[in-house]
Structures are given as structure tokens and as C-alpha cells.
Design a protein. Structure first.
Length: 340
């Protein structure tokens, strides 16, 4: 790590709201990575203070609270990670912003577009950033793909994208699956293709929480995408794929978030991150959780727009709602307890 990145990260005062299963398995372990060793771990807050104390003890946080406002008032952090659920995020994020704190919030940021727009407005009025925790943008293989396609001289302009992301039948509603799971795919599509201009959906519903979807996207910058979603086939090792094609006859395939193929008409090269057990190749680095926290801290320190921002979050939610509308899927979110 460079001296500059150490300086950006050094002495950043962090608190976390939420000690549930996702935070326990992904967020707290990521904070143990050496790239994040300079942050000051102040406190953990959860309504269940037993959970808060447990995660604080495991992860090296000094204090625990059951009231997040009290925590922020006493600890005076630079930033907060909010990891609860889509129903609770808006109110808590907005309160944190009004208390002068930068926020990294787990996706989805809200259940509705209107709530997300309110979060955006408060972020703008307070001058504090809201970053959405779409960790896949910061995963090793997707960063490699972005590096390749961003080289316009060699790759050219993106003209076509093909994507899939199979879902799970244990979500209580199909819309919950779209909002909680496949919103990852929308964020990646927007990260590569840009803003979406047009959506056309074909769907088949099988029940209140089961469906198959295929749809087309047209991006404002000119590329088109074909996408396959549904509630069957996931979340196993073959549920996710992204292929990006440029106008110079080259393409990049990301296979199931870990492998990459770079090809043209005559050859193909495979690339995978090193799985040797060193700190740069821990699973939480490869999956993007360490990278998203680093990016949040850097953006908060400089007070610059993160990737993805709350504005990106609004646009992704708008796309999810339009896909659901065209598919005839009732936009009903219900809390899905973890199966893990």
C-alpha cells in the first residue's frame, strides 16, 4: 500500500450500525484485513446489544450501543456503515447525514424510489456522501474487466453486453429477489454500460415468489444488453455471468464473479486472481468487501462522489421497478431472514 493511501485511510473514525448475519460474515471480517488496519474502530450499534457486544469483541471495536443517535453523539465518527435492511435504511441513513456523518449503506438503500430520492436530497443538502455497498464493483475480477474495457484504444467502445443472474426461491416474493439480489446485476450493467434509456421485458410467473425473466436494455451511450434473471438456478457457483463486447472485435467474459476470459476473433486468454493464502487474496478482498470499505473511506476523506453513489442507487431502483412493472410482478418487499 502506498504512503498516499495510508494517509487517506489513517485515523478514520468508524462506527457500524447492525450486527446481523450479513454484517457478521462479510463486513466485520473485512475490517481485519491489513489494508484497513489504520482505521479507528469506535463502536457497534444494534438493538440486540448482545449481538453488538459479540461483534465488537470479535472485531476490535471499543464500545457498544443500542441507540445509534447516542453512539454518534458520543463517539463523533467520520463515517458509519449501515447494514440492516431496505425498510430500515432510509430513516437511519437520513438521521446520520443530518448529524454530519458520511454513510456507507448496504444495498438496497431503500424499498422505494421515493425514499432513495429523499436520501439523495439530504445527502446533497448536508454535503455528506452516501455510498451504496454494491461490493461487486470492487471485486478483483470485475475491476480487472473494467480496466480492460476502459482502454478505448485497444478495446474500443462497448456495443453489447450479455448478462445473467439466477435467483433463489427462498425470497418471500419475486420482487424481494429482484430488489435484494438481482439489483447487483443492474448495478454492474450500469457500471459498464452507463445510464439506461430503454427497457423491454418478457416474463413468466410461476407463483408469488417464482418467475423467469428475459429483457433488453438500451443504454444512453448506445450499447444494448440482453439479460436473463429469475428465481431458479441460484445462488450456486454458476448463477452469474457478464460478457462485454467492444467495437474492435474484442470481448471480456466474467464467469461467476471469479474467472475472466479476454478474447478476439482469433484467440482467448483466461485470467484468475491468485488464490494463494496471502492477505491481498482473502475472499473478502476478491469479493469486493474490503475494496468497497477502502473506497468509502477515501471518498469520505476527500468528500468526493463514491462509486456507486446514492444517485446510482436511485437509478438502479428505478430500473428494478420498471422491470417489475413490465413483468407484472407486484412491487411487494418482505424481509427475508438469512438461510445461512
Amino acid at each position: 500500500m502506498t504512503k498516499d493511501s495510508e494517509q487517506v485511510e489513517s485515523n478514520f473514525r468508524l462506527v457500524i450500525i447492525g450486527a446481523g448475519i450479513h454484517a457478521e460474515t462479510n463486513i466485520y471480517p473485512s475490517l481485519g484485513n491489513h489494508l484497513l488496519r489504520h482505521i479507528k474502530k469506535l463502536a457497534v450499534c444494534d438493538l440486540d446489544e448482545t449481538k453488538a457486544r459479540r461483534m465488537a469483541a470479535i472485531s476490535g471495536f471499543k464500545n457498544t450501543y443500542s441507540n445509534f443517535k447516542e453512539m454518534i453523539q458520543k463517539e463523533k465518527p467520520d463515517g458509519v456503515i449501515v447494514c440492516l435492511n431496505a425498510k430500515l435504511h432510509p430513516q437511519i441513513v437520513i438521521e446520520c447525514l443530518r448529524m454530519g456523518i458520511h454513510v456507507l449503506v448496504e444495498k438496497p438503500p431503500a424499498c422505494t424510489v421515493e425514499e432513495a430520492k429523499e436520501m439523495l436530497a439530504v445527502s446533497q443538502s448536508t454535503g455528506k456522501i452516501v455510498m451504496i455497498a454494491h461490493q461487486k464493483r470492487h471485486a478483483t475480477v470485475y475491476k480487472k474487466a473494467k480496466e480492460i474495457v476502459s482502454d478505448k484504444e485497444n478495446f474500443g467502445c462497448i456495443v453489447q453486453i450479455e448478462a445473467k443472474m439466477h435467483g433463489m426461491q427462498w425470497f418471500p416474493t419475486t420482487f424481494s429477489c429482484l430488489l435484494e439480489w438481482q439489483i447487483h446485476n443492474i448495478d454492474l450493467l450500469r457500471a459498464f454500460g452507463g445510464d439506461i434509456e430503454e427497457i423491454s421485458v418478457m416474463s413468466q410467473k410461476y407463483g408469488d415468489n417464482t418467475a423467469s425473466l428475459a429483457f433488453l436494455l438500451r443504454f444512453k451511450e448506445g450499447a444494448i444488453a440482453t439479460v436473463g434473471w429469475g428465481t431458479f438456478g441460484g445462488p450456486g457457483p454458476y448463477c452469474e455471468r457478464l460478457e462485454i463486447m467492444g467495437d474492435k472485435g474484442k470481448g471480456v467474459i466474467v464467469e461467476n464473479a471469479y474467472g475472466l476470459v479476454f478474447y478476439d476473433a482469433f484467440w482467448g486468454r483466461r485470467w484468475r486472481p491468485d488464490w494463494n493464502p496471502n492477505l491481498a487474496n482473502q475472499s473478502h478482498v476478491l469479493n469486493g468487501y474490503v475494496g468497497e470499505i477502502l473506497h468509502f473511506i477515501e471518498c469520505a476523506k476527500k468528500n468526493v462522489t463514491p462509486s456507486p453513489s446514492i444517485e446510482d442507487g436511485v437509478k438502479s431502483l428505478e430500473a428494478i421497478y420498471e422491470i417489475a412493472r413490465q413483468a407484472g410482478i407486484t412491487p411487494e418487499w418482505r424481509f427475508a431472514p438469512s438461510r445461512y
